[in-house]
Design a protein around this ligand. Structure first.
Ligand code: ASP
Length: 447
């Protein structure tokens, strides 16, 4: 019998009607035995997410010792959800009273924020007539605050093996000190992935409010193509560069377990969505490029020194300066006598850039140092690029035709992506030009 773990996001569970729709989806397939839920999200664009309301509760509590004013709004949202679902018998008032008291006693931001998922999971478990299992019993963090897989997976496997169906709150678990800890925002995606791995699911369904990933940002290109299939490696490249349908950390647990993710739309459940496949199941599509994503605001430090290639330890000395300053770098394209460091500009503000350059000069005495600021990176990603001769010629040709000056090029050694550095001001035009070339122009045609 197949086993699917489903996760429903906040917009899929924003009110009683949506929760009823999600419950129908769950009941529509007997493989869907374990459901991970977010807190109710926005019902319309000016609405507030329950999680944001809970953070406001925490702030009120810190300031006044009580969260009565902020909690009243949360009470109202949950009471109306219960009324919409006709679940008056659930006793929501008592559960809410208990939660408000616990928030005031604990005075913990993580505990407070986690209560949206907790309350929603209890409610949805009652609606489905399924068991509620608290995430605090299943997901553990280590002393450094990282997810503790060695402790969590055996517990998840054992606890859920003894259970036919369960609803589990997303977003949190138990810290090494025994207190509730949350993942970063959007972390229910990570919880769903962990549960899927822990029970050895055949599929992780992630239900949201879009029918999957688009080939690029729809705010830049109107109605871009949808990605039907994408590999974990492609997804990792694209989500790192800012494509955000799924929390970037949610990839790792299922990827290690070779479990596919299906991004599905709660509001169009028959749409196939996007299937994210481990490399072992990856089926090649006819597309050379799978997607385009990017981010603005990088700084490139360009170092040049004759005979750099024969100076043993050059790169190590440069990198130890970064380490000393506690600054990470994103890319490090290099040539025979050149090495560039691409760093997020926000880490270099307030005199840090100048200090870094001085320290690098002391450490390796470069002949020449140049700084490029306000650089955007655009990644063109696709497994098809490795086997199609002329892909980079098409990419660079398209950018030259659009009059875009390429300031830096970095091609990952996997041949899965080509990253170009361009001026921030050219970012949108660059994405459009690449999209046009690979998605709207037949191969071989003159653009
Ligand atoms: N409710 C949390 C948030 O808004 C976690 C989630 O929905 O995934 O970030």
């Amino acid at each position: 019998m197949r086993l699917t773990v489903c996760k429903f996001g906040g917009s899929s569970l924003a009110d009683g009607n949506n929760i009823a729709r999600a419950a129908d989806i769950v009941k529509g397939d007997p493989a869907r035995r374990f459901v991970v839920v977010s807190a109710p999200g926005k019902r319309f664009s000016a609405d507030e997410k329950i999680t944001d309301m809970l953070y406001a509760c925490y702030r009120e509590c810190e300031a006044d010792g009580s969260c009565a004013a902020s909690f009243a709004k949360i009470r109202k949202r949950f009471t109306s959800i219960v009324a919409e679902l006709g679940m008056e018998g659930f006793g929501i008032e008592g559960v809410l009273d208990e939660t408000e008291r616990a928030i005031e006693q604990k005075r913990s931001a993580d505990f407070t924020a986690s209560r949206g998922e907790y309350l929603n999971a209890r409610l949805i478990a009652a609606l489905l007539g399924w068991e509620f299992i608290d995430a605090s019993e299943l997901i553990f963090f280590d002393k450094r605050g990282a997810f503790d897989e060695a402790r969590s997976y055996p517990v998840i496997a054992a606890r859920l093996a003894a259970c036919e169906h369960a609803v589990i709150p997303g977003f949190y678990g138990t810290g090494a000190d025994g207190e509730i800890r949350t993942f970063s925002r959007g972390g229910s995606d990570v919880s769903g992935s962990i549960i899927a791995r822990g029970v050895g699911a055949d599929l992780y369904e992630n239900w949201t409010d879009v029918s999957g990933f688009l080939a690029c940002d729809p705010r830049i290109v109107s109605k871009p193509q949808k990605m039907e299939k994408i590999s974990y490696k492609e997804l990792r490249e694209l989500s790192y560069m800012g494509a955000n349908v799924l929390h970037a950390d949610s990839i790792f647990p299922v990827r290690k377990g070779n479990i596919p993710i299906n991004i599905k739309n709660t509001f169009a459940p028959d749409d196939p969505g996007t299937l994210i496949l481990p490399s072992v199941h990856y089926v090649k599509t006819h597309n050379i490029v799978t997607g385009i994503a990017g981010k603005k605001d990088f700084t490139v430090l360009f170092l040049e020194k004759s005979m750099m290639n024969s100076e043993v330890g050059f790169a190590r000395r440069v990198l130890s300066v970064l380490e000393k300053e506690n600054i990470g770098f994103e890319h490090m394209p290099s040539g025979i006598d050149t090495l560039s460091l691409v760093i997020e500009s926000r880490y270099l503000a307030g005199g840090v850039l100048e200090r870094l350059i001085d320290e690098i000069r002391d450490a390796v005495a470069p002949d020449y140092v140049r700084v490029l600021e306000n650089i955007a990176l655009v990644a063109t990603v696709g497994h098809g690029m490795a086997s199609n001769v002329g892909t980079s010629a098409r990419l660079f040709g398209a950018l030259s035709q659009a009059g875009i000056n390429i300031r830096m090029i970095d091609q990952g050694s996997s041949e899965l992506n080509i990253i170009v550095g361009i001026d921030n001001a050219d970012y949108e035009r660059c994405v459009r030009a690449i999209y046009r070339e690979f998605f709207e122009t037949p191969a071989g045609a003159d653009a």
